[in-house]
Ligand binder design. Structure first.
Ligand code: PMV
Length: 356
């Protein structure tokens, strides 16, 4: 990856601010190797409303030192518990960003979604931070092209949290080398290199907050359990096959196949958890209730609404914008009761990072 060596810097201090959204995988990444490299390609919708807003102020250190100097504030408050994570992230990326040791940083971050909603902030958080760091590098005099800047931000975000690399661009990105996605790479995500059907450009994602608590098993542990998993190789092959078909389906706008692949991917992800050793279940009884209601509603009303799950109990309800009224009425009357405090978040497919 593009490492910029500086003999001198064009500026000594400044500030950059970006927002980055969360993303929801349709073809799931579950299982990794090496340094945050995926075992199969994954594909996701970039979201709009669930995002992290990060500003980084930087200033050249008065004297050289070999450590990282930074302060981290979350919603205006110092957050020492995050500092270890950031230090580990800086250590991992410093070979690609040697300027990190020459500057001190003040990082301010906030999320637009509620605290402890069960929505992982690592994707949006790492994407926003990575984009800010690349823009600092550009301000300091690096000559990366726009395309290289996006690639590098995605590459750095991946080193922070795998799926974060898919949050830089939208509406649909792919991470993981795949023969049918030109330019795709295990090292960073790319925007899907074709026009998706217009129905997907403003696809809705209503996130039902079934369980807002901390997960009992982290993604890191879950990914690692794929190493000895009896179905691992079939799963990785299946995901790559699903991605090939979904890529075609998303160009044509075939909702029937879309629903089939997306729901199958969600249930397969959770099947991998249930067949790991040790096994575990992240779904809750309410998750299954919601899924059954969605199936009934779809059948009775012939409305193309489906679900996906990430590594947790919350349900992402996906549907075309033209059915928003009917689906929201259904969610309010039949699904909200399964959510903690009847809470859900309305999101929509989006375009990725924004400069603030
Ligand atoms: O990026 P991680 O390590 O939090 O793993 C994400 C895993 C899933 O959300 C379950 C799937 C995915 O592709 O986003």
């Amino acid at each position: 990856m593009l490492r910029t060596e500086f003999s001198s810097y064009t500026t000594e201090k400044g500030k950059v601010s970006y927002s980055a959204p969360s993303n929801i995988a349709l073809v799931k990444y579950w299982g990794k190797h090496g340094v945050q490299l995926p075992q199969n390609a994954s594909l996701s919708f970039t979201l709009s409303n669930c995002k992290t807003i990060t500003s980084i102020a930087y200033e050249k250190k008065s004297s050289a030192s070999d450590n990282f100097e930074f302060q981290f504030f979350f919603e205006g408050q110092p957050k020492p518990s995050f500092e270890l994570k950031i230090n580990t992230f800086f250590e991992r990326i410093s070979e690609f960003c040697p300027f990190l040791k020459d500057f001190s940083f003040k990082i301010d971050s906030e999320n637009t979604f509620p605290h402890s909603s069960g929505i992982a902030s690592s994707a949006s958080g790492m994407a926003a931070m990575a984009q800010c760091l690349v823009q600092i590098e550009v301000a300091l005099g690096s000559t990366l092209t726009l395309e290289e800047q996006l690639q590098k931000a995605s590459f750095l975000a991946r080193l922070g949290s795998g799926s974060a690399c898919r949050s830089l661009e939208g509406p649909v990105t792919v991470w993981g080398a795949h023969p049918e996605v030109e330019g795709s790479s295990d090292e960073f995500a790319v925007k899907i290199p074709f026009q998706v059907h217009e129905i997907f450009e403003d696809f809705q994602d209503t996130i039902l907050l079934v369980d807002k608590g901390e997960k009992q098993v982290s993604s890191t542990v879950g990914h690692n359990l794929m190493h000895e998993h009896p179905f691992a190789s079939q799963r990785f092959e299946q995901a790559n096959g699903n991605l090939a078909e979904l890529a075609e389906v998303m160009q044509k706008g075939n909702l029937e196949r879309f629903i089939h692949i997306v729901e199958s991917e969600a249930l397969t992800l959770h099947s991998m958890m249930m067949t790991s050793s040790p096994y575990f279940i992240l779904m809750k009884p309410e998750t299954l209730e919601v899924i059954n209601h969605i199936w009934e509603f779809r059948k009775e009303n012939n409305i193309p609404v489906c679900f996906t799950l990430d590594a947790g109990a919350n349900v992402h309800v996906l549907y075309p914008k033209s059915f928003k009224d009917e689906v929201l009425t259904f969610i309010n009357s039949e699904l909200a009761g399964y959510c903690q405090n009847k809470q859900y978040i309305c999101d929509v497919v989006g375009t990725g990072i924004q400069k603030l």
